[in-house]
Design a protein around this ligand. Structure first.
Ligand code: UDP
Length: 485
């Protein structure tokens, strides 16, 4: 797969002199890392003219480009070059390794192969001048150090979540751990609104050191240790997928130690781009179906690319949708479909009131005027896309940063509600009906939520356009990276 030949010569930064800036994006191979990285990579190439190479694992690369000929090869689409690396897990079957083993194998192979790839780019006359990476890839900093080039973290979650992790590792770990089994215990982290334990990223509550959560938390700990070490030489810079205007306080809460650079941009810029999906887009004509619906009348439901809805949750959603009688577009991925559900779909699927799809172009859906509410698990990409499209949310957080995002939606931005769940974490059908009525109905609260949703959309518009805060931040970042300022 690695088409260029390796050489063992390390390159010094001077070798990059006299060359066009060249950013190499190294991205963890899941949808929520690929989408924002790819969008930033394209945006950077389009607006600054820098050369950009996008690299993720071979398995993810194949899935991203499965509909193009030679989908497992590297290629240039006229804007950026796609160059995959082997993580040695091409034939891995999900569930056969625990998180610790998986990340360890991933790290050993990826580190070696990305280093070879950087060397080949140098040898091939396309020297890398800066590496940009998502989290869980802390070893990218080692490779960049080896080649004497800078590396920058692209934080693909909310700035509030970044600041929460920062403060956890800088003085608040013992307090949070001591209260980890008290969901309503309040914690005041510097510069952030008051958060309850249930609002914090779930990985912070890791107790068993061998658990999946502990493995991820260890990776975050290492990431912040790298930033601390960098701070001894220079103020570290972190690109963040948010808008200045959405998270002013959170960005400021770590700004003495770290230069946080919000570079969120507008979903409308990637509405035509299906490239990058790890899932096959459903062939159903869901956009045309949306065209037939009244403005802000449709409930859109999706729990993202990783979370699996329990059978009980699916049944409750069906119940809620039936009762509410509102039109709906519902994503249930193929890997989440059970016999029972397929039967439901056969019964209900052709119902003019609703459509169930395996995967859709979510940003296009959210930007459609017929969509009036998003029932979401609050993954950061989904939250950001909904907020930037002005669609109010019913939040059903599952794990990771989703509880924090739900808190932001409900109390900082006021453009949605967090639904009540039962002891097993399931939202009941009647609770959904209540939330739909609150958000889409004519009550005072609904009007207020919809007004706020529009306001945050406008702020994103202002920040994302040419000359807006995100645009200026990105250009200043590129200028600094090229030593032009
Ligand atoms: N997504 C999509 N079509 C779907 C479902 C999801 O395009 O049918 C995209 C969505 O737009 C978002 C990403 O998948 O960019 C999911 O990322 P998120 O951070 O919301 O959640 P995760 O998948 O990590 O749980």
């Amino acid at each position: 797969m690695q088409t260029m030949h390796s050489s063992s010569i390390s390159r010094s930064p001077s070798m990059a002199d006299n060359h066009q800036p060249h950013f190499l994006f190294i991205t963890y191979p899941v949808q929520s890392h690929i989408n924002p990285s790819l969008h930033l990579a394209k945006h950077l190439a389009t607006t600054t003219g820098a050369a950009v190479t996008f690299s993720t694992s071979i398995s993810a690369h194949r899935r991203m480009f499965s509909s193009t000929p030679n989908s497992d090869k590297d290629f240039n689409d006229g804007l950026i070059t796609y160059l995959p690396f082997s993580d040695g897990l091409e034939s891995h079957i999900r569930g056969t390794m625990d998180a610790k083993e998986y990340l360890s194998v991933f790290r050993t192979n990826s580190k070696r192969n990305v280093s070879i790839l950087v060397n080949e780019l140098f040898a091939g006359g396309r020297p890398v001048t800066c590496m940009v990476h998502t989290f869980l890839l802390n070893w990218v900093a080692d490779i960049a150090g080896e080649y004497g080039i800078p590396s920058v973290l692209f934080w693909i979650q909310a700035a509030t979540v970044f600041a929460t992790y920062y403060h956890f590792f800088h003085g608040f770990e013992s307090l949070i751990k001591a209260h980890s089994d008290e969901p309503s215990f309040s914690v005041c982290l510097p510069g952030l609104q008051q958060l309850q334990i249930r609002d914090l990223p779930s990985f912070l509550m890791a107790t068993d050191s061998d658990s999946h959560y502990a493995t991820i938390l260890d990776s975050f700990r290492e990431l912040f240790e790298i930033l601390d070490r960098e701070q001894e030489r220079v103020k570290p810079r972190v690109l963040i997928n948010t808008f200045q205007e959405w998270e002013t306080d959170a960005l400021a809460s770590v700004s003495t130690e770290i230069e946080t650079i919000p570079v969120g941009h507008l979903p409308k810029e990637y509405t035509n781009s299906g490239a990058g999906y790890l899932f096959k887009e459903d062939e159903k004509k869901y956009m045309e179906w949306l065209d037939t619906k009244e403005e802000e009348s449709v409930v859109y439901i999706s729990f993202g690319s990783l979370s699996v809805m329990k059978k009980e949750q699916i049944e409750e959603i069906v119940q809620g949708l039936k009762e509410s009688k509102r039109p709906y577009l519902w994503v249930v991925r193929k890997d989440n479909r059970e016999k029972e559900l397929i039967e439901i779909e056969e019964e209900e699927g052709e119902d003019v009131n609703g459509m169930m799809v395996e995967w859709c172009s979510q940003v296009r859906v959210l930007a459609h005027k017929a969509v009036g509410c998003f029932v979401t698990h609050c993954g950061w990409n989904s939250t950001l896309e909904s907020l930037a499209c002005g669609v109010p949310m019913v939040c059903v957080p599952q794990w990771s940063d989703q509880g924090t995002n739900a808190k932001l939606v409900e109390s900082l931005w006021g453009c949605g509600v967090r639904s009540e769940v039962d002891a097993g974490g399931v939202v009941k059908g009647e609770e959904l009906v209540k939330c739909f009525e609150l958000i889409m109905g004519n009550g005072e609260k609904g009007v207020e939520i919809r007004t706020k949703a529009k306001m945050w959309k406008d702020k994103a518009m202002d920040a994302g356009i040419e000359g807006g805060s995100s645009d200026l931040n990105l250009k200043a970042f590129v200028d600094k990276s090229c030593g032009r300022v």
